[in-house]
Design a protein around this ligand. Structure first.
Ligand SMILES: C[S@@+](CC[C@H](N)C(=O)[O-])C[C@H]1O[C@@H](n2cnc3c(N)ncnc32)[C@H](O)[C@@H]1O
Length: 227
């Protein structure tokens, strides 16, 4: 696992990755992906997996891989994809990395809002930001600077894709408003009460010409092709 030299991390950035303890990670696939996503946010994990499989390329970067549920099930266009997993949380990197250990992923401890420092010649055909933006601190315009960190590493025609739970501009199901409120409380894993579909789209459109955003329940799924 490698660590990039970087400015001291702000408490709120660390707080975005801190909830993913080994206890939470051990229930994440069943509880968050298997129950909260379909029942509370109205978007089944298989919908996100289909998105993953449409875009995952032979050289793939996963930002905030969590337990590695998607990575383990992804169908890459080759049996030997080159994988780089980047996360601020070492426990996450160990768990997700272990799940795809047969593919010998490179594990890097990084804050995705800072320069990724992945090597000048490193290029990816795809980069996943699945369920990541809603953990990051600040306004959407700040969260989307992650795209500026990823872009220099993308090969021409590369795909940046992901999903995020929004608070505004989407049609929530019955359980979502209370869940948003609770999960945004002090030590909660979400930081998205100001996140809107409008700001997400404006931030992506400012940076890229070729993109698509689909909304399923409280979740926006975005697909960007890098020119
Ligand atoms: C909600 S989980 C998503 C996990 C996985 N992508 C999925 O969809 O199942 C968010 C992930 O982002 C990571 N994370 C949060 N803030 C981060 C930051 N500033 N830099 C790097 N990783 C971060 C967390 O540690 C965690 O692995």
């Amino acid at each position: 696992m490698t660590t990039a030299p970087s400015a001291p991390l702000r408490e709120e950035v660390l707080a975005g990755a801190a909830p993913y303890t080994s206890r939470i990670l051990s229930t994440y696939d069943t509880w968050v992906l298997g129950f909260v996503c379909p029942v509370v946010w109205g978007c089944p994990r298989d919908e996100m997996l289909r998105q993953y499989n449409r875009s995952a390329g032979a050289r793939h970067l996963d930002l905030g891989p969590g337990t590695g549920w998607f990575l383990e099930r992804a169908t890459f266009p080759t049996l030997t994809p080159e994988l780089v997993l980047a996360d601020l949380n070492e426990g996450v990197l160990r768990r997700a990395g272990g799940r795809v250990a047969h593919l010998r992923p490179r594990l890097v401890k990084r804050d995705v809002l800072q320069p990724l420092d992945l090597g000048e010649d490193t290029r990816f055909d795809s980069a996943a930001l699945n369920m990541l933006l809603h953990c990051l601190p600040g306004r959407m315009s700040h969260k989307l600077t992650v795209l500026d960190q990823v872009r220099p590493y993308m090969a021409p025609g590369g795909r940046i894709f992901g999903s995020t739970v929004l608070a505004k501009g989407v049609r929530h199901g019955r359980l979502a408003p209370r869940a948003l409120e609770n999960l945004n409380k002090d030590d909660g894993p979400l930081n998205n009460l100001d996140d809107s579909l409008e700001d997400l789209e404006a931030g992506i459109a400012d940076r890229f010409d070729d993109y698509r955003i689909a909304v399923r329940g409280s979740i926006a799924l975005f697909d960007i092709t890098v020119g």
